[in-house]
Design a binder for this molecule. Structure first.
Ligand code: PLP
Length: 343
C-alpha cells in the first residue's frame, strides 16, 4: 500500500487535531472517575443546549456499545426490534444486540436501507401472542449504511406510526453529523423534535479518538440505563477524556465543519466518477459514501493504492467512504488511477 489515505472507512482516518488538543487540555491533575467530574457535567449541559433541556446523556466507548445500551434500555428479552437487513445492528455487531438485550431482530429487506411504514408493517403482527417475540422498537440508521439520508418528514412518519403502536424509535446516528449537514438542519430537529426516543450519537467517524453518546428524549426513558451501561462493560473510568472530545466537537461547530468537508469530498468523487461510463453509481450520494459497480479488473490494483471494501462482491459493488481528512488531491489521484487502469 503506497497511499496513506484510502476510501475504506471514516473510521480509518486519524483524530482531528482540535480533539487531541482538547484531550490534552484536560490531562492535568486528578479528577473523580466514571463521569462524576466537572468536564462531564459541562458537556452534558452542552448536549442539553443542543438537543433540548429534557435529554438524558450517557457516554460509551463505541457505536456497538451505544446501540446495545439503547436497545436494552427500552426493551425486555421477549421483545423484537425491527430494522433494515443492511443495518449495522443486524449485520456488523456480531450479534451483540441480541446477546445483550435478548431481543430478536426482525430484518426488512430494502436496497436503499431505508425503513418506511409500509415495509415495517410486514413485521407488525403477533402482538399479544405468547409464542412470538413482541415488537417493541424500530431502529433506523441515519446516515444509512448505504449513504442515504432520511428526511425529517420520513423520520416523523415512522415515529408517529411506532408510537401509535406502543413502540419506541431508536436512531443509530453513527454518522448523524453527516446527515445534519446533508439536510441543513439541527440535531434536535432531526431527532427528538421528529419523535426519536433514543439516539446513538456518533463521534468516532467524525474526528474523535473514541467515544459515542446515548441520548434519551427524557429522563423516564433512561430510568435504569446507568446499570445497563455498566453491565454491558461500556462505562469508561477516565470519563473526562470522552467528555473533552465531545465538548470540542460541539463547540464552534467542529462537527459541522468535519462532516461538511467529508460530504463535499463524496460529492466531488461522485461527480468525477459519474463521467466514467464503465462505472455505475448504485446509491444516491447524500452524505459521505459513494457506492459503485466497477469493472472487476480495477478492484485489486485500486485497493493496493487506496484501500476500500467490497460492498457486494457478487456484483463487484464497492463502497468508497470519505472522511474529514480526505483531500481533493486524494480524489484526483484516485480518479486518475481509475482512468489509467481503464486504458
Ligand atoms: C451505521 C453504524 N453504526 C454503528 C457503528 C459503530 O460501530 P463500532 O462499534 O465499530 O464503533 C458503525 C461503524 O462502522 C456504523 O457504520
Amino acid at each position: 500500500m503506497t497511499n496513506i489515505r484510502g476510501f475504506a472507512s471514516d473510521n480509518n482516518s486519524g483524530v482531528h487535531p482540535d480533539i487531541l488538543k482538547a484531550m490534552s487540555e484536560v490531562n492535568t491533575g486528578h479528577v473523580v472517575g466514571y463521569g462524576d467530574d466537572k468536564y462531564t457535567a459541562d458537556v452534558i449541559e452542552k448536549f442539553r443546549e443542543v438537543f433540548g433541556r429534557d435529554v438524558e446523556v450517557l457516554f460509551v466507548y463505541n457505536g456497538t456499545g451505544a446501540n446495545v445500551t439503547s436497545i436494552q434500555a427500552l426493551t425486555r428479552p421477549f421483545n423484537a426490534v425491527i430494522c433494515s437487513s443492511l443495518s449495522h445492528i443486524y449485520v456488523d455487531e456480531c450479534g451483540a444486540p441480541e446477546k445483550h438485550s435478548g431481543c430478536k431482530l426482525l430484518p426488512v429487506h430494502v436496497s436503499d436501507a431505508k425503513l418506511t411504514i409500509e415495509n415495517i408493517k410486514q413485521h407488525m403482527h403477533g402482538f399479544g401472542f405468547e409464542h412470538h417475540s413482541q415488537p417493541k422498537m424500530v431502529s433506523i440508521t441515519q446516515v444509512t449504511e448505504v449513504g442515504t439520508v432520511y428526511t425529517i418528514g420520513e423520520i416523523r412518519a415512522i415515529a408517529d406510526y411506532v408510537h401509535s403502536n406502543g413502540m419506541y424509535l431508536h436512531m443509530d446516528g453513527a454518522r448523524i453529523s453527516n446527515a445534519a449537514v446533508a439536510l441543513g438542519c439541527s440535531f434536535k430537529e432531526m431527532t427528538f423534535d421528529a419523535g426519536v426516543d433514543v439516539l446513538s450519537f456518533g463521534g468516532t467517524k467524525n474526528g474523535l479518538m473514541f467515544g459515542e453518546a446515548v441520548v434519551f428524549a427524557n429522563n423516564d426513558l433512561a430510568a435504569n440505563v446507568k446499570y445497563i451501561r455498566k453491565q454491558s462493560t461500556q462505562l469508561h473510568s477516565k470519563m473526562r477524556y470522552i467528555a473533552a472530545q465531545f465538548k470540542a466537537m460541539l463547540i464552534d461547530d467542529l462537527w459541522k465543519k468535519n462532516a461538511a468537508h467529508a460530504n463535499r469530498m463524496a460529492q466531488l468523487l461522485a461527480e468525477k466518477v459519474a463521467e466514467i461510463p464503465e462505472i455505475q453509481i448504485t446509491q444516491k450520494v447524500e452524505a459521505n459514501g459513494v457506492f459503485c459497480i466497477v469493472p472487476e479488473k480495477l478492484i485489486k490494483p485500486l485497493q493496493e493504492e487506496y484501500f476500500f471494501y467490497f460492498w457486494d462482491e457478487s456484483k463487484n459493488e464497492v463502497r468508497w467512504m470519505t472522511s474529514f481528512d480526505t483531500t481533493e488531491e486524494d480524489i484526483e489521484g484516485f480518479v486518475s488511477l481509475i482512468k489509467k487502469l481503464l486504458k
